[in-house]
Design a protein around this ligand. Structure first.
Ligand SMILES: [Zn+2]
Length: 86
């Protein structure tokens, strides 16, 4: 089975913010650990996707968004993407 990763990103990427790709599953997990208001706020800044697809999603987050999600405390959430040059 071919695994196709899809990418989502926070709104700050266009502004040239520094960031990393995070594993979609960790992103969802982190969202679920936030109070709902805060989770909605963060999720609103990132392209949405079906949570069932999370294992196949890479989420690019700037440092501030990752911090909101406390993903900066979870180094293994960061995905080293061997980006294929098309
Ligand atoms: Zn951001």
């Amino acid at each position: 089975m071919r695994q196709v990763f899809r990418e989502r990103e926070c709104i700050h990427r266009e502004e040239g913010a520094e960031g990393e790709f995070y594993n979609g599953a960790f992103y969802v997990q982190a969202l679920q650990q936030l109070p709902i208001d805060q989770a909605m706020q963060v999720a609103g800044k990132v392209g949405s996707f079906f949570w069932a697809d999370a294992p196949h999603i890479l989420v690019w987050l700037c440092a501030a968004c990752a911090d909101d999600l406390q993903l900066t405390d979870t180094p293994r959430a960061i995905t080293q993407v061997a980006r294929r040059q098309a």
